[in-house]
Design a protein around this ligand. Structure first.
Ligand SMILES: CCCCCCCCCC/C=C\CC(=O)SCCNC(=O)CCNC(=O)[C@H](O)C(C)(C)COP(=O)(O)OP(=O)(O)OC[C@H]1O[C@@H](n2cnc3c(N)ncnc32)[C@H](O)[C@@H]1OP(=O)(O)O
Length: 302
């Protein structure tokens, strides 16, 4: 059975990774009612969700060891969990964190981008786009509790959140380091960064592929707060309380006003963005660069 299914909304086709799941044929309301999260919690193999319905929040923990690299499976499960929480009116906010010690997320899974065929690259990129669009335009308050290293795609995920708390550990670097791998951050990665830290700082950070340690990340505005490691979760909770003190409708409309134009830029050119990615990643020179980078990562251990 195909993993990817498309749904046409207006002129765009949405990636619906869950479309093959039982119940996918149900209407949105019915499906949401059946899938109500409640207090018991739910999750999947790679995404653990700990709901606190009384507080209206859930803690979502990525748990795809060893480094939460964003495989197609993790992306798919992430979107499903997000949709469940979005569809359940009980929830107003999510704290996004990692269950893998020392790593928030190692970013896109290099194995998904190496030695595969164009159809696979296209499917993978569509899933990356879908996760970004859903996170970036989420109506929920998203707080990233960054309890580990946060390079590239991991950084992108944190940048879609409304607020970032980073644990104060020199190993927990954060940034879009794509150029160090010999690849190029796509325009929507760049836009997300520019919207967070401004144009000039982004220009330097992106060209040099800078991975900022906590104090510098705070200084450039890549994160909003740096706290001792054992206070990341409690800080995220108190920041969440502050954000939830704002009436949802006013906050959501404001968030949408701030972000929609950036998201629309990708929505309008999803297909060409996929083609660009497939063409770029399929180049021999790029494949070679990625293999060299993977080799270095593996050598680091030995
Ligand atoms: C013209 C323009 C057109 C546009 C074209 C678009 C082009 C593509 C854009 C792509 C965009 C985004 C890029 C990414 O997100 S790429 C991923 C970048 N990630 C990184 O650079 C991070 C790499 N990892 C690390 O630095 C470290 O692993 C860590 C996260 C700091 C953790 O360190 P650690 O010591 O705890 O763990 P380590 O021993 O290094 O790793 C354990 C095993 O995991 C493997 N691994 C690590 N990262 C990845 C990854 N991203 N994907 C897959 N596998 C990964 C590592 O190799 C180890 O494996 P093994 O145990 O040796 O087998």
């Amino acid at each position: 059975m195909a993993l990817v299914a498309g749904m046409r909304v207006g002129s765009r086709v949405l990636f619906r990774p869950w479309a093959w799941l039982p119940g996918a044929a149900l209407g949105r309301k019915e499906s949401a009612a059946r899938g109500r999260v409640g207090a018991r919690g739910f999750g999947s193999q790679r995404v653990l969700v700990e709901p606190d319905p009384a507080a209206g929040i859930a803690v979502m923990k990525l748990k795809s060891p060893p480094v939460n690299s964003l495989s197609l499976e993790l992306l798919t499960e992430f979107v499903i969990s997000l949709e469940k929480l979005e569809n359940d009116k009980t929830f107003r906010g999510i704290i996004l964190t990692s269950d893998c010690p020392g790593v928030f997320s190692a970013g896109l899974d290099l194995m998904e981008m190496c030695g595969k065929n164009p159809a696979h690259y296209a499917e993978y990129w569509k899933a990356v786009q879908e996760l970004w669009l859903r996170l970036y335009l989420s109506n929920l308050v998203l707080i990233a509790a960054i309890n580990g290293a946060c390079p590239a795609g991991g950084c992108l995920i944190s940048l879609t959140c409304d607020y970032r708390v980073l644990a104060d550990n020199p190993k927990y670097v954060i940034g879009l380091n794509e150029t160090l791998l010999g690849i190029v951050a796509p325009f929507w990665f760049k836009d997300t960064l520019v919207n967070t830290i401004g144009h000039r700082t982004s220009e330097r950070a992106l060209q040099l592929g800078i991975l900022f340690p906590p104090a510098e990340a705070l200084q450039v505005g890549m994160v909003d707060k740096v706290v001792p490691e054992d206070q990341v979760q409690s800080t995220a909770l108190s920041v969440m309380a502050q954000w939830l003190s704002i009436p949802d409708h006013a906050r959501q409309l404001t968030k949408n006003m701030m972000r929609k134009a950036t998201a629309d830029r990708l929505v309008k050119q999803r297909d060409s963005d996929i083609q660009n990615f497939v063409g770029f990643i399929s180049r021999d020179s790029i494949q070679k660069s990625l293999q060299v980078y993977l080799g270095k990562l593996r050598q680091k251990k030995g």
